[in-house]
Design a protein around this ligand. Structure first.
Ligand SMILES: *Cc1c(COP(=O)(O)O)cnc(C)c1O
Length: 403
């Protein structure tokens, strides 16, 4: 069983079934995203296996992936959705009907909060102040109430903007803040605790975090009904240590008698989409060969610049030295560069390039900077059929700017 899980992950381009991108996607308008239904299901099955074996509940963190037309593919494998605020909570309630809706936001506004009560069943607050302000209303409305805590345990270097445990962090309540602010009345409002401290990490980092959590909040946890482990668990990545994750879940269940939740975003839709783009121009500056694409890092894959990272590209390598090209977008931003790749042959105008792992933090995060068109969205169905989900035009750019 476990050997099977470990090999169950799909590499970024498995959906092509050995066919060339030009054969499969050559007729599509570029740039366009192509969501891979089979890959989503594969991820869903892995997550459902963990839930079934341990009794934990797994939620889709919608901020990573919110293409709701495909929620029906994931829904059978998940307990529900997690939201970053009102709109995502509403989307989860509408598009994964009958499933749990959880929400965490660093601070809720009055208007947002009253509407949120229609959609979310589990509401997580960031601070004792927000808990004091909204907790009694939430309790009255029959909600399950949580507080995000900060175990002050940084397990990542390199991605500082993704470290909520950094000194001075605004995310989560530290034990010092807890001791200074959590009155018995506030504690009595709580059903659960929530932490979110990982980013693309394996279960060893979770293990370390749970240890820190026990040291700082071990006296509180047995009084809670649930404990949410947040996201950042890179569960569906090849090589992720699933048995260790399951040991962590069981440890928390046994030590504190809590219902464990996980709310991965990335892991739900990892390697479940592509971005197809064509070469608009080839140029050379000194020794640097450059290809300008009709897709932009800044607009269509913003995490390439924000995180930053270099996405996989079909048929190309990030390390090789032959036929090297720097790939960039058509925008004015000097840094609108996706990265340097090496190819088996020289690139030329109109070549089709296919980036992998483009379902997460892309479509839900893109923008029209420079008036760039938004890529169309297609779906590669499990039977191989390609369906168009949406196209965009000038009105989509214009309508956000006025009327
Ligand atoms: C971002 C986030 C997630 C999902 O994180 P992934 O890295 O996509 O798994 C889950 N919960 C909270 C509170 C988050 O902020």
């Amino acid at each position: 069983m476990e050997a099977l899980q470990m090999t169950d992950t799909r590499p970024p381009f498995a959906g092509l079934n050995g066919q060339l991108p030009e054969i499969l996607f050559g007729t599509l308008p570029t740039p366009c995203y192509i969501l891979d239904e089979a890959a989503l299901r594969c991820n869903g099955e892995m997550l459902a296996g963990i839930a079934a074996r341990t009794g934990c509940k797994i939620l889709l963190a919608q901020k990573a992936f919110s293409n709701y037309n495909l929620y029906p593919v994931l829904a059978p494998y998940l307990a529900g959705t997690e939201a970053s605020g009102l709109y995502e909570a509403r989307l989860g309630a509408e598009k994964m009907p009958g499933k749990e809706v959880h929400v965490f936001c660093a601070a809720y506004s009055d208007t947002e909060f009253s509407e949120l009560l229609h959609y979310a069943k589990h509401i997580v607050f960031n601070s004792p102040g927000q808990l004091a302000k909204f907790g009694p209303v939430a309790r009255e409305a029959g909600k399950s109430i949580g507080l995000r805590i900060n175990p002050e345990c940084s397990t990542q270097e390199g991605h500082a903007i993704y470290d909520p445990c950094a000194p001075g962090s605004r995310l989560g309540t530290t034990r010092t803040q807890w001791d200074a602010n959590m009155t018995p009345e506030l504690i009595a409002l709580l059903d659960g605790l929530h932490f979110h401290t990982l980013c693309e990490q394996d279960a060893d980092a979770l293990e370390v975090t749970l240890h820190a959590l026990g040291e700082r909040f071990g006296d509180i946890l047995p009084r809670m009904k649930w404990l949410n482990f947040g996201g950042g668990h890179h569960i569906t990545r090849p090589g992720y240590d699933i048995p260790r994750l399951e040991r962590c879940i069981r440890l928390a269940q046994q030590a504190w008698d809590v219902q464990v939740y996980l709310e991965p975003g990335e892991a739900c839709a990892l390697n479940a989409g592509y971005l197809a783009t064509r070469v608009l121009d080839i140029l050379q500056n000194g020794d640097t060969h450059i290809a300008i694409l009709d897709a932009s890092a800044a607009c269509h894959m913003p995490d390439v610049l924000e995180m930053p990272y270099q996405p996989p590209l079909y048929g190309a390598e990030t390390t090789g030295s032959s036929h090297c090209f720097r790939l960039g977008g058509p925008t004015c931003l000097a840094g609108d560069v996706i990265g340097d790749y090496s190819f088996p042959a020289s690139l030329k105008e109109n070549d089709l390039l296919l980036f992998g792992d483009m379902a997460i933090y892309t479509i839900c995060k893109n923008n029209t900077f420079n008036g760039m068109p938004l890529p169309s969205i297609f779906v590669l169905r499990e039977d191989g059929q390609l369906d168009c989900l949406r196209t965009f035009g000038y009105e989509d750019f214009k309508s956000r700017l006025g009327q």
